[in-house]
Design a binder for this molecule. Structure first.
Ligand code: AMP
Ligand code: MG
Length: 433
C-alpha cells in the first residue's frame, strides 16, 4: 500500500494548495484498490442487480443452442434460390419452437416453421409467412390437403432469417468479464446460460457522518444560526444508488472526544469514510486536527468550483474522503472524485459515462485555471440538437439547483468564457443523482 507521500512524489506538479481536477483523479486512482476477490460471494440472480462481478462468466453452452428461425415462415435450402425465378416448394410439415422436427426436407420441399424452432439439417433460409403465396389443393386420392408455397424472386438471400448457433454467445467464451456491473441486461444474459448464481464482490461498506456545531439533525428544534443536515441524505442517496452498504453515523459535534470515537468506529467497520464539513481553511474546529492525528491525511485546495477544500487519506485501512460542508459542493466533489474512486474499490471496470455535448443557451463567465460545475437543464431544441441552460443561482449552498437541473455543465480547467450557442460538456444525472 503506497503512502500519501509516495503517491504525491510520483504525481507530476503535485501542489496540495493548487491541485487540478485531473490530478485529484490520478491521485485517487493510486490511493484506492479493488476489494480482494477472496471476499467475493455467490449470489442468486434475483439478488445480483447492481452488483459487480468478481469473476468472468464463461458460457457453458452455445446461445442460441441450435440454428433456429428468426421468423414465422417457411424454411428451405437456400441454394435453390435464383435471382430471376420464383421458387415453388411443397410444404412437408410444421416445426414448432421447443421440439425438433424429426423428418428430412428434400429439394423442392419446405417446412412451415415458427420463430425459435430448430432449423433441421440442410435448411438455412426462412421466408416469412406474409411474403409467400400459399396454395392449398385437396388431394382426393388421400383425402389430405397439399400445400405449396411460392417464394418470390429476388427478395431473399441464402441465410436470411436464420439465427446461428452461438451467435449471441459462444460456448467457452466470456459472456461477461470481472468488473462488469450486473445491469438488467446482464442478469438476462447470465440467465440465458442457464446459470442461477453469480460470483460478485461483496458490497463496499461506506460510513458517513456530518460535522459542525451548527448542523441540526432532523427532529431537533430550529435555532438561530443552525441548519438542518442535508448532506447525510444526499450522500446516503448517492451511495445507495451505487450499491454500497451504508453506515450512517449521524451528526458528530465539534468535540474531540466525539470526533475521535466516530472516526475510530468508522475506520474499524468501513472500507471508506465520507465526512462533510470542517475541512476549509480557517475552520475553528477539531475535524482537521482529528483527521491528522488519527491517519495519513492530505488537505487540498482544488482548482474547482464549487468544492475547493477537501481532505483525503487513510485511517487504518479505510480510505477517507473529507468533503467540504456546502451541500452542492458535497454532491459535486462526490460525483467528480468520490464516485469514481468508490467504483474502483467496488471492483468495477466500467469507464466513466460519456459527457454529452449541448449548445449553451446563455453566455457563461468562466476563468481559465479551474474546473467549474454549473447545474444545468439539458433539453432537445426544435432542430433536434441538445441545448442546455443553467438553473440560475449557482451558489454552492443552493441545493435546489441540484434538484432542478438534470446535469452538471462541466467547464474544463483551461476553458474560458462561453458564448451563447457554444457547445459545452454536460455530465448527466440520469440514474446517479
Ligand atoms: P464548512 O465546510 O464546514 O465550512 O461548511 C460550509 C457551509 O456548509 C456552512 O454554511 C455549513 O453550515 C454548511 N454545511 C456544513 N455541513 C452541512 C450539512 N451537513 N448539511 C447542510 N449544510 C451544511
Ligand atoms: Mg464548519
Amino acid at each position: 500500500m503506497k503512502s500519501l507521500a509516495d503517491i504525491a512524489a510520483a504525481l507530476q506538479g503535485y501542489d496540495p494548495q493548487a491541485l487540478s481536477v485531473s490530478q485529484v483523479g490520478e491521485f485517487l486512482a493510486q490511493l484506492t484498490q479493488p476489494l480482494p476477490t477472496h471476499e467475493a460471494q455467490d449470489v442468486p440472480l434475483f439478488e445480483a442487480l447492481g452488483r459487480v462481478l468478481a469473476q468472468d462468466v464463461i458460457s457453458p453452452i452455445h446461445v442460441p443452442p441450435h440454428n433456429n428461425s428468426a421468423m414465422d415462415g417457411y424454411a428451405f435450402d437456400g441454394s435453390q434460390l435464383s435471382p430471376a425465378q420464383a421458387l415453388h416448394l411443397r410444404v412437408v410439415g410444421t416445426a414448432l419452437a421447443g421440439k425438433a422436427w424429426p423428418g428430412r426436407v428434400q429439394a423442392g420441399e419446405c417446412l412451415k416453421i415458427m420463430t425459435g424452432a430448430i432449423l433441421p439439417e440442410g435448411l438455412d433460409t426462412v421466408a416469412p409467412l406474409e411474403l409467400c403465396q400459399i396454395q392449398t389443393e385437396a388431394d382426393t386420392a388421400t383425402a389430405t390437403a397439399n400445400t405449396t408455397i411460392t417464394v418470390p424472386a429476388g427478395v431473399f438471400q441464402r441465410g436470411d432469417n436464420r439465427r446461428l448457433q452461438g451467435e449471441d454467445l459462444m460456448q467457452g467464451h466470456a459472456a461477461l468479464t470481472a468488473g462488469a456491473h450486473l445491469t438488467p441486461a446482464a442478469l438476462g444474459l447470465v440467465a440465458s446460460l442457464g446459470q442461477a448464481t453469480v460470483r460478485v464482490h461483496r458490497r463496499l461498506r461506506v460510513a458517513y457522518f456530518s460535522t459542525g456545531d451548527e448542523i441540526l439533525s432532523l427532529g431537533q428544534a430550529p435555532r438561530e444560526g443552525a441548519v438542518y443536515d442535508s448532506n447525510r441524505f444526499t450522500v446516503f442517496g448517492l451511495l445507495t444508488r451505487m450499491g454500497c452498504e451504508v453506515l450512517d453515523m449521524g451528526v458528530v459535534r465539534d468535540d474531540p472526544v466525539l470526533l475521535e470515537s466516530a472516526f475510530c468506529q468508522a475506520a474499524a467497520k468501513a472500507d471508506a469514510i465520507i465526512t462533510s464539513g470542517g475541512v476549509s481553511v480557517g475552520e475553528a474546529d477539531f475535524t482537521k486536527a482529528m483527521m491528522k492525528k488519527l491517519g495519513d491525511v492530505a488537505f487540498w485546495k482544488i482548482a474547482m468550483r464549487p468544492g475547493r477544500p477537501m481532505a483525503v487519506g487513510r485511517l487504518g485501512t479505510s480510505v477517507l474522503f473529507g468533503l467540504p460542508g456546502n451541500p452542492v459542493a458535497v454532491m459535486v466533489t462526490f460525483l467528480a472524485f468520490v464516485r469514481p474512486a468508490l467504483l474502483r474499490m467496488m471492483g468495477s471496470t466500467a469507464s466513466a459515462p460519456p459527457l454529452l455535448r449541448a449548445k449553451s443557451q446563455e453566455a457563461l463567465r468562466k476563468k481559465p485555471g479551474r474546473t467549474e460545475y454549473q447545474r444545468g437543464t439539458v433539453s432537445t431544441a426544435a432542430d433536434g440538437s441538445l441545448q442546455v441552460r443553467t438553473t440560475g443561482n449557482q451558489g454552492s449552498g443552493v441545493l435546489s439547483s441540484m434538484v432542478q437541473g438534470n446535469g452538471l455543465i462541466v467547464l474544463h480547467h483551461s476553458q474560458g468564457n462561453v458564448a451563447i450557442g457554444d457547445e459545452v460538456d454536460v455530465m448527466v444525472f440520469e440514474g446517479v443523482v
